[in-house]
Unconditional design. Structure first.
Ligand SMILES: CCCCC/C=C/CC(=O)SCCNC(=O)CCNC(=O)[C@H](O)C(C)(C)COP(=O)(O)OP(=O)(O)OC[C@H]1O[C@@H](n2cnc3c(N)ncnc32)[C@H](O)[C@@H]1OP(=O)(O)O
Length: 414
């Protein structure tokens, strides 16, 4: 029998009903074994959804779906991968029968949580759900790759950035829009590389911005899952070294740096870019959020020093300790943002302004920035070192580990 066939007995006759996909429609074929003619009725897919879930996928469908997963051109993302994993385990082994992994074993803990959450779902239902998920995935990933051409693609030698230079402006654009521009380890390194290159190129000013609907969602929380042979302590130590070097690049950047954000900025990158930018331009749609406590972490990017100075100690406490999210208007009123523009005219207005700035004498701008910032440089490097050392300890805490596990198993979002 064909994969989506069902046999129905009507009196003496046996009907075979086949379902098959046809350009967004399901076709139903009703065949009477003793009759040569076929009756074909077409329905929109949505109308047949309930009927399909009542059916059971065969072992062969299941194996085909497993092969299809290997052929997917685009990474379906962690959430979907966990779903696939849990359905596979449930379909092949039944309810979760493994001991719960320890809290530091992040990946296995996320997998265990996903499998355990399926409870006593029957094996056949899990198999069918797996087949259905793979089938929906294949079509949605095909269509989404048509919707977002060119995103996450390689550009000017960078994997995670798009860097362009024209009209005296070097633009560094974070380019992981499907991950809300979360900073993975590669992106940290590429930003440092791009900043060093921009400090030496012919441009007069540098602009930092993000591609997609988030300026950045901060540190990529999956960075915490790649544990080296030296264990979590070594991981935390390496992270502190990387973060210190990363923030150091912002502190030492010699040219005017402008952060241009049309959309929400979360966590990590806002701090260094807000603290050290000559100017921050935001659209009225942008928000600013540093949820360090929510993640069991502590301020970084010198925000523990720059924010209370820029805003006020009380307002900085609301933001850095309680994780209060600010609208662009509020951030502007607090002095964190230079100017807010209407979303509809944001790009035009900001770029007109940037192009005008880029025509100013570059050396004069560089020297002016130096004289404004140099007095603070030593202090900023000391604050950076202290923040990184405190964070190194925080990353080993249960509070931090639990927050990361919660995000990875999608129990929490900010
Ligand atoms: C060297 C180490 C230095 C460490 C320094 C410490 C810095 C502190 C910080 O950076 S604090 C900020 C950390 N960031 C977060 O906690 C944000 C987590 N993300 C979210 O809460 C949400 O994703 C969101 C509110 C940003 C967006 O929600 P939305 O529903 O619109 O979108 P999705 O959640 O479906 O996200 C789409 C995909 O992007 C992945 N993703 C988003 N943010 C992160 C992130 N920070 N880390 C890892 N992955 C992230 C998300 O998982 C989705 O991926 P998927 O499609 O594969 O599931």
């Amino acid at each position: 029998m064909d994969k989506h066939s069902i046999l129905v007995c009507m009196g003496w006759e046996q009907l075979e009903i086949r379902l098959q996909k046809c350009e967004g429609w399901e076709q139903i074929e009703i065949s009477l074994p003793n009759c040569s003619s076929l009756q074909v009725i077409s329905f929109p897919v949505v109308q047949l959804h309930l009927n399909r879930t009542a059916m059971r996928a065969s072992q062969k469908d299941f194996e085909n779906a497993m092969n299809q997963v290997k052929l997917l051109k685009k990474d379906p993302g962690n959430e979907v991968k966990l779903k696939l994993y849990s359905l596979y385990k449930q379909a092949t082994e039944g309810p979760c029968n493994m001991p719960k992994p320890g809290v530091f074993d992040l990946i296995n803990k996320a997998k265990w949580d996903a499998w355990n959450a399926l409870g006593s779902l029957p094996k056949e239902t899990a198999r069918q759900n797996y087949v259905d998920l793979v089938s929906s995935l294949s079509s949605s990933l095909e269509s989404s790759s048509q919707v977002e051409p060119g995103t996450d693609r390689k550009s000017t030698g960078y994997e995670t950035l798009m860097v362009t230079s024209e009209d005296g402006i070097t633009k560094i654009m974070l380019n992981r829009p499907t991950k809300k521009n979360a900073l993975n380890v590669e992106m940290y390194h590429e930003i440092m590389h791009a900043l060093k290159a921009a400090s030496k190129d012919d441009s007069a000013i540098t602009v930092l911005t993000g591609n997609g609907d988030y300026y950045s969602s901060g540190n990529d929380l999956t960075n915490f899952t790649d544990i080296p042979p030296g264990g979590v302590e070594e991981k935390a130590k390496n992270g502190a070294v990387l973060l210190r070097e990363f923030v150091g690049c912002f502190i030492d950047f010699p040219k005017p740096l402008i952060a241009s954000g049309q959309c929400p900025a979360l966590g990590h990158l806002p701090s260094p870019s807000l603290g050290y930018s000559i100017a921050v331009y935001a659209s009225d749609r942008a928000t600013f959020h540093t949820p360090f406590s929510h993640l069991g972490q502590s301020p970084e990017g010198c925000s523990s020093y720059t924010f209370p100075k820029i805003m006020s100690p009380a307002k900085a406490t609301e933001m850095l300790v309680f994780g209060k999210k600010l609208t662009a208007g509020e951030a502007c009123a607090q002095g964190l943002v230079t100017e807010v523009f209407p979303d509809s005219t944001f790009q035009k207005e900001v770029w007109t302004r940037l192009k005008a700035f880029a025509k100013l004498p570059p050396n004069a701008m560089r020297i002016s920035k130096e004289i404004i910032r140099n007095r603070e440089k030593e202090k900023l490097h000391a604050v950076n070192a202290e923040e990184c050392s405190v964070l190194q300890g925080r990353w080993l805490s249960d509070e931090c580990m639990n927050a990361v596990v919660n995000f990875l198993s999608r129990k929490s979002k900010l």
